[in-house]
Design a protein around this ligand. Structure first.
Ligand SMILES: Nc1ncnc2c1ncn2[C@@H]1O[C@H](COP(=O)(O)OP(=O)(O)OP(=O)(O)O)[C@@H](O)[C@H]1O
Ligand SMILES: [Mg+2]
Length: 341
């Protein structure tokens, strides 16, 4: 089982309306809700790919119970809830169908007591000792700035157990987390720009930035996701750029989480960096083609996977050369055949 960690989950609610302007009172006759939070999105993608996923999360109140229920019943994810005094937040997105425009409202996350912090660490320990966990994915923000060092502590524990950690976060959580040497990080361009406090507009500066994380911070696998421009990956001193085909973008939220799920599978299965990157980018792109976060059509995934282009980058000159070989997706993940028609 893979373990995802989501310290700051939410009910992710979308209300569909024709259009609105600030100050309006708007009635809707359609809404959807899912168990939100970045690690939960990763878990949902892993389950769709045919893997078992567990979710460790802080939850509280009625909304917290709902998150756990939806994860268990709808997403088939094994849940390890750690209860907080303060209820779980709801994120409400208003989707104006006439414009395809979305406006999101975020409630604050809970404050965490020292007891609740210790409960989280203890539950993490229990889960990794009592299950066979090859990879842990740490995703998103930590709700209380007082404990923004949470990931630093969790990575230390996982590393002692020989479990690979993928860290996908930003801000303090990122700068604290990388002090404990995660196996992989996945910032997007905005997140890495802020962390390095430098402009990452052209491709050379992006390559130099991932080199920096790889060499200076000793992170074996660095993935910089770049939306429709795909991803730059550095893995043990090999550098590649993975470029997805053009698609009709419906909702790219959670595409980074879908990409992380692909890398989780590739690292676990021992796929090559090129096959792993192709799978990750194809998942991110397939996610962007659907409204629901962490959902994709297997048909889209297979189709995109075949159309992706990969370029190898010479780490000295930064010159790119196209790399043409790849393993068909159904040869990598034969179980997908069962869901693909
Ligand atoms: N418009 C798009 N066209 C094609 N591929 C896309 C598009 N948007 C996202 N992707 C794919 O998804 C991957 C991750 O996207 P992005 O860089 O936007 O992640 P992110 O900002 O971390 O997203 P989030 O945090 O919401 O999950 C990209 O590397 C790319 O493969
Ligand atoms: Mg992201």
């Amino acid at each position: 089982m893979f373990l995802t960690v989501t310290p700051n989950p939410c009910i992710d609610k979308t209300i569909f309306i024709p259009k609105f302007k600030p100050g309006d009172r708007v009635r809707s006759n359609k809404y959807t809700q899912i168990s939100g939070g970045k690690g939960n999105n990763v878990a949902r993608v892993l389950v769709t790919l045919g893997f078992q996923a567990g979710a460790l999360l802080w939850v509280g109140g009625y909304t917290g119970k709902q998150v756990v229920k939806m994860l268990r019943e709808n997403d088939k994810v094994k849940c390890f809830p750690v209860w907080t005094e303060i209820p779980t937040r709801t994120i409400t997105t208003i989707l104006e169908e006439e414009y395809g425009r979305q406006t999101a409202f975020f409630e604050p996350g809970p404050l965490i007591s020292s007891q609740e912090y210790n409960d989280f660490i203890q539950t993490f320990n229990k889960v990794i000792y009592s299950h066979s966990i090859p990879i842990v994915v740490l995703s998103g923000t930590v709700p209380d700035p007082k404990v923004s060092f949470l990931y630093r502590d969790l990575i230390k524990i996982a590393n002692r157990q020989g479990i690979k950690v993928i860290l996908d976060t930003y801000g303090n959580e990122f700068s604290e987390g990388i002090k404990s040497n995660p196996y992989m990080v996945k910032p997007n361009v905005e997140e890495l720009t802020k962390f390095l406090n430098t402009d990452l507009k052209d491709i050379n500066s992006k390559i130099e930035a991932i080199k920096h994380l790889h060499k200076k911070h000793k992170i074996p696998c660095v993935v910089l996701s770049m939306g429709r421009e795909g991803a730059l990956v550095c893995w043990n001193n090999t550098y590649i750029h993975i470029l997805p085909p053009k698609i009709k973008e419906i909702n790219p939220v959670g595409s980074g989480d879908a990409l992380v799920a692909g890398f989780t599978v590739g690292l676990y299965k021992g796929f090559s960096i090129e096959d792993t990157g192709r799978l990750g980018v194809a998942l991110g792109t397939a996610n962007a083609m659907m409204w629901d976060i962490g959902k994709f059509a297997i048909r889209d995934l297979i189709n995109i996977y075949e159309r992706i282009k990969i370029y190898k980058i010479n780490p000295i000159s930064n010159q790119k050369v196209q790399y043409k070989e790849h393993t068909p997706l159904l040869a990598l993940l034969p179980k997908l055949k069962d869901f693909s028609l």
